[in-house]
Design a protein. Structure first.
Length: 463
């Protein structure tokens, strides 16, 4: 039997060795999920789904410490941040319950033409069918909730393929779903290798594909989808921030530092490129340095840790290479710039890396924030928009006209005014555009995507 070894990213200790699912097991799981969907007598009525989701939320609250510790240990996100993620995940389940009642249709007006007289029409929503969810490692609790609970809420069977580095949290959550009364086959976790996972993606029995992860993998998998399979892709960004001379610097620094180094920068909307007006670049740099060097990096299970390890040692190697290249091309290392161990890298600030440096061209996905000086706002916006990745962005200014101008001109799905780029609540639209993704996330948006509209037209005299 093939197995997967799950290691703690901080000290590389073996946590658990679990069996990998085979191709036959994947095909069986897909067939079972499709069988549930095709058999309308097995569909879960709304009130039953509400009962199950309420019980899931209750069990998650009761077992929150177990989930938090499992997730922090295998994923490396500090305990305090994982605790916040846990609260978000529970709220996500509650959001799904609230939105079940809003999954309705509407009357379609008839009688405007001679051919449509004596008719009434109404729309309603049905589950889309089998949902395949391929997840990422960086939010092991909340991403699984976002990729499974909306499907359960609308009545679509879901098969989850978790990240190979963080499968234990997913398995624990799936067990909780089962204990809450979700019938067998409605949510199935498949820990498998990439070849078996591709069966899940390419199967014509899959109606909706949800992917969170790298752009390279996501766009490749989308090209493999069967005809008719809808999808939502959430990839990374290289989040830009523009800081105008009138910004409240003291109020701005804490959220910028948090947004840049939260989960050691392993967040798709992490603060990465900060464009600061030349008149205040020295002050902003000095104050960011002061707070960055104070970040406590280490064991994620230590409640005092603020930044943990990178998910794999090779990621530390990669970040080190990128920073060294930036240094060689003229960037000034304000603080950090060194590996702390095989698994941790110092929170690092770079000043004015060259435009052709890798840190200026691609998502870092590590504890590195780049500062760039500029003289003209339109110049800063042009540089912010220069990359093919567009997700969330931010502008800091006290001038409402400047803020509105930046919001209109910055290419992003969301522009935060006087807040960091990683802000999110789970009922707001959340998505990348262009190379950064396809579709819109959030609990309500995912519920809409995992269902589909049907219309009934009634002709008078027939019924």
């Amino acid at each position: 039997m093939n197995t997967l070894k799950v290691y703690a990213p901080y000290d590389q200790s073996l946590i658990e060795e679990i069996p990998l699912k085979s191709a036959d097991e994947m095909n069986t799981a897909i067939a079972k999920a499709q069988g549930l969907f095709l058999d309308r007598s097995s569909w879960l009525p709304k009130y039953k789904r509400v009962e199950i989701l309420e019980r899931i939320a209750q069990l998650m609250e009761e077992r929150s410490e177990e989930i938090i510790n499992t997730s922090a240990r295998e994923g490396g996100k500090p305990y305090l941040d994982t605790k916040v993620e846990m609260a978000r995940a529970i709220n996500g389940v509650k959001l799904a319950i609230e939105n079940i009642g809003h999954m309705g249709g509407e009357e379609v007006s008839m009688g405007h033409t001679a051919s449509s007289v004596n008719r009434m029409a109404f729309t309603f929503r049905e589950p889309i069918g089998v949902v395949a969810s391929v997840s990422a490692f960086n939010h092991p609790i909340n991403l699984i909730i976002h990729q499974s609970i909306p499907a359960i809420a609308v009545g679509s069977p879901v098969i989850i393929k978790p990240a190979p580095t963080t499968p234990l949290t997913c398995l624990l959550l799936n067990k909780i779903f089962d204990e809450a009364g979700l019938p067998d086959g409605w949510c199935t976790t498949m820990v498998c290798d990439n070849d078996v996972a591709e069966i899940l993606v390419t199967s014509p029995k899959i109606n909706f594909f949800s992917f969170i992860g790298s752009a390279k993998v996501g766009w490749y998998l989308r090209s493999k989808l069967a005809p008719g399979t809808r999808c939502a892709l959430e990839h990374g960004g290289a989040a830009p921030v523009i800081v105008e001379p009138d910004a409240d610097i003291d109020a701005m620094i804490p959220p910028l530092v948090k947004g840049g180094f939260y989960h050691a920068g392993q967040v798709c909307v992490s603060v990465q490129r900060v464009f600061v007006h030349e008149s205040i670049i020295e002050e902003v740099t000095a104050k960011m340095k002061e707070q960055t060097i104070a970040i406590k990096t280490g064991d994620p299970l230590n409640p005092e840790t603020e930044a943990g390890p990178l998910i794999l040692p090779r990621e530390v190697d990669r970040v080190e290479e990128w920073v060294n290249e930036a240094r060689e091309k003229g960037a000034e290392v304000i603080c950090g710039g060194n590996r702390m161990s095989d698994t941790c890298y110092e929170p690092t600030l770079l000043l004015n890396p060259s435009e052709d440096a890798t840190v200026s061209q691609f998502e870092i996905f590590g504890p590195v924030v780049c500062l760039y000086s500029y003289s003209d706002m339109d110049e800063a916006i042009g540089r912010a928009n220069a990359l093919p990745f567009h997700f969330q962005a931010a502008v800091f200014t006290k001038n409402i006209d400047t803020a509105l101008d930046a919001v209109q001109k910055i290419n992003a799905t969301a522009v935060m005014v006087n807040d960091h780029t990683a802000f999110r609540v789970d009922w707001m639209p959340f998505a990348g555009r262009d190379s950064s993704g396809l579709g819109i996330g959030s609990i309500p948006h995912s519920m809409h995507d995992m269902s589909r509209e049907k219309m009934m037209v009634i002709k008078s005299g027939v019924i």
